[in-house]
Each structure stands twice: as structure tokens, then as C-alpha cells.
Design a protein around this ligand. Structure first.
Ligand SMILES: Nc1nc2c(c(=O)[nH]1)N[C@H]1C(S)=C(S)[C@@H](COP(=O)(O)O)O[C@H]1N2
Ligand SMILES: [Mo]
Length: 314
């Protein structure tokens, strides 16, 4: 596979006890590992791991002008590292992104734990330019790097009874000294299974051709471009398949504002009017543009919600 991960490579045997990933599918990466080197490099701040990814162009690429990386990596919501937009960029260097595993639990044939480097090498990494819309009424256009979440879900072998998937983010109080106490950590989000299987739902390892900056959710997050930004959970450590709608951090806290579906909808006010958004791009002056239904992805995703009252299922 065409990824330069030498610096981040650790022995897969340490992190995927059953090496399930390697054995069960076309796992193509070389087995070379750097024993002592991995230990030494794990002592560096995590930001030192930013590494180039080789990516392939995707059909899911918008023509919109890109948000510069300097803005996308400086204006973030990642409450584990503080609630000001500038906090994550200042604080998230304490996040350790290796070793890292994702635990797969719930309604699956066999629960398993997957190492981040196995996951990263599982499929070719596409570069997809997506619109990214926060309920705070700003939006960005970001080239995210990853592959469809459906590829990983298929690997997980969910049972037919699995109707939802829940994402659980990392929580580590030592690495998160500014963790606000008023939230029910860890951060959790969820999707209906058919939403999670939609090819637009991205399992994301990087942006702008590099591994994710910590503040953007390293080493792995999801990106769901037709939904409000908070659905796109960062720094995921666990995926649970369930038959009931899973709890989510925001839905627990304010269910009347943060619905489970959270599809971008300019006609429903959510905290405040969502009819317009401030597009953050390379221009010096902020400009405001109308928000589109499903963030402009209606052709792709509207059929997921056929027959549903989107005012009720907001
Ligand atoms: N774990 C975790 N994931 C999270 C958040 C968070 O606070 N913690 N914030 C969400 C919100 S509100 C948004 S808008 C996006 C922001 O992603 P970005 O900082 O990469 O633009 O991440 C989402 N994922
Ligand atoms: Mo957000």
C-alpha cells in the first residue's frame, strides 16, 4: 500500500492480539516493524507524527474553494481540549496517538480490537473534498483523507440484528487537563446502520494529504458531510453495534436541540436560525451564504429519509 507510515509503525502484534485484520482480508502492508524506534518515537509529542499520506482522488469532491489548512487546524471544536475555538490547537499536542486501537463490540459475529495502523492500511486512502457545517453557523471546505466507513463495517461482520452503530471517543484525563467537567464523557455519537453504510460516510485518517492534526481528531474520526459537525466524532476508540438508538453526548444534554439525526436543514432552527452560514475560506472578509438542505448532499442521501417527517426526526 502506498502510505508512508514508517515513523508511526508499531508492532501489530502488540496492538491487535488476534491479528484478525491481517488474516481475514487482503492486508497488504509490509510486516516490517521498528521495535525500539517505535518506543523512542512514542515519547515525542503527538504532533511530531504528522505524516504525508498517499491519496487517490475521489468522485466525492466538491468544486468549492478550500478552507486553508491553517484555518481548519486552528478553529476547532474538540471540547476534550477546551471549549474555545483556539483551545484544541493549543492543547491537543498532549494527545498520544500511538499506540491506538479501536474496539469493536456489541452485535457482531465476534468482538475484536483493531490496531490503528492495520486500519489505516486496510483500504486505499481517498482524498474527498467535503463541506463541513457546524451548528455554530460556520462552514469549511476540507479535503479529508480516508475510505468509506462501510468498508470497515463490513469487516466488523455486524449481525443482521444490528440497526445502529455508536462511536465512542477517547477519554484520558491525564492527556486532557482542560476537560470540562459538565459533560458526560466520553464523547459519543451514533448513526442508523443504513446511514453508516452510505458511501459518503468517511472513516477519516487525515486531511490535506497528511495524517490528522490532533486537534482535528487524530488518529481516526468519522466525517458525515450531510450532518451537523458534532455528529462527526473525533479520536474514536470504540464502535458498538446495537439494536436500539444509542445515546449521544449532545442528545443526552439537550434533546430538544440536538436530535439523533442532525441532518443539515436550513428550515429548522437549531439553537438559532440555520438558514445561513459563514463560509471560512481563504478570503480575508467573511462571507455569508445560504445553507443547503442536507448541506448540498440531497441527491446522495435524501432517499435514506424517505417517508420520514424531518421536523420530528431532526
Ligand atoms: N470527540 C469529539 N468529537 C467532536 C467534537 C468534540 O468536541 N469532541 N466536536 C464536534 C463538532 S461540534 C464539530 S463542528 C466537529 C469539528 O471538527 P473540526 O474541528 O475538525 O473542524 O467535530 C465534532 N467532533
Ligand atoms: Mo459543531
Amino acid at each position: 500500500m502506498l502510505l508512508r507510515t514508517n515513523k508511526t509503525k508499531i508492532a501489530s502484534s502488540e496492538i491487535t492480539p488476534e491479528s484478525a485484520f491481517r488474516n481475514r482480508r487482503q492486508f497488504l502492508t509490509s510486516a516490517a516493524t521498528l521495535g525500539a524506534g517505535a518506543i523512542a518515537s512514542s515519547l515525542l509529542p503527538a504532533s511530531a507524527f504528522a505524516d504525508a499520506l498517499t491519496t487517490f482522488p475521489s468522485k466525492y469532491t466538491l468544486p468549492d474553494a478550500l478552507t486553508p489548512i491553517g484555518k481548519a487546524a486552528a478553529y476547532n471544536n474538540f471540547y476534550e481540549f477546551g471549549t474555545e475555538k483556539s483551545d484544541p490547537a493549543h492543547n491537543a499536542h498532549t494527545l498520544q496517538v500511538r499506540p491506538w486501537t479501536i474496539q469493536v463490540a456489541g452485535l457482531v459475529k465476534k468482538p475484536l480490537t483493531v490496531g490503528i495502523d492495520d486500519l489505516l492500511h486496510y483500504r486505499p486512502i481517498e482524498s474527498r473534498v467535503y463541506r463541513h457545517r457546524c451548528v455554530e453557523a460556520w462552514s469549511m471546505v476540507i479535503p479529508w483523507d480516508g475510505y468509506s466507513l462501510s468498508e470497515f463495517i463490513n469487516f466488523c461482520n455486524p449481525l443482521p440484528s444490528a440497526k445502529y452503530v455508536q462511536f465512542i471517543s477517547n477519554i484520558n484525563r491525564k492527556q486532557m487537563p482542560d476537560l470540562p467537567s459538565e459533560y458526560n464523557w466520553p464523547y459519543s455519537e451514533g448513526l442508523r446502520m443504513d446511514e453508516a453504510m452510505h458511501p459518503l460516510a468517511l472513516l477519516c485518517f487525515g486531511c490535506y494529504g497528511q495524517t490528522l492534526p490532533n486537534q482535528n481528531g487524530a488518529p481516526v474520526r468519522v466525517v458525515l458531510p450531510w450532518k451537523w459537525g458534532y455528529k462527526s466524532a473525533k479520536s474514536i476508540v470504540k464502535i458498538v453495534f446495537t439494536d436500539k438508538q444509542p445515546r449521544t453526548l449532545w442528545n443526552d444534554l439537550m434533546p430538544e436541540e440536538y436530535g439523533f439525526y442532525s441532518n443539515v436543514n436550513p428550515n429548522i432552527s437549531h439553537r438559532w436560525s440555520q438558514a445561513h452560514e459563514r463560509r471560512i475560506d481563504s478570503s480575508l472578509l467573511p462571507h455569508t451564504i445560504p445553507t443547503q438542505m442536507f448541506n448540498g448532499y440531497g441527491n446522495e442521501v435524501a432517499s435514506l429519509y424517505n417517508g420520514m417527517d424531518l421536523k420530528r426526526y431532526y
